[in-house]
Design a protein around this ligand. Sequence first.
Ligand SMILES: [Zn+2]
Length: 126
Amino acid sequence: MHEMGITQEVLTSVLEASQRAGATRINRVRLTVGGLTDVVPDSLQFAWECLTPGTPAEGAVLEIRETAGRSVCLECGTEFDHDKFDRRCPVPECGSFMSSVIQGNELRVDDVDVDLPETDASTDAT
Ligand SMILES: [Zn+2]
């Protein structure tokens, strides 16, 4: 299950970023997963629950937003949504196989909600 490795990478980068920000706890992480990737959101969720205990992200909610696959036909210029198995242009008189993906291959962290220590002391940014 390669979602475990992906989740580990996401968790590592989230932990590093929150550490740099001086956060004490991570409350929520929002991810966007493209519908053309072979990533299964349920598996990400499962991996998240396996990997976060004992880290500042323990108990943090993982919100996963899935985007549809979207391509532009290189012959007629039509933009269309599609799944990962069929990228053919839907325009009947075109039906071209030549298309370029414009959305659906992404896997990124959109935002992370954290708790900061409740001190007024201005912390050094480094
Ligand atoms: Zn077309």
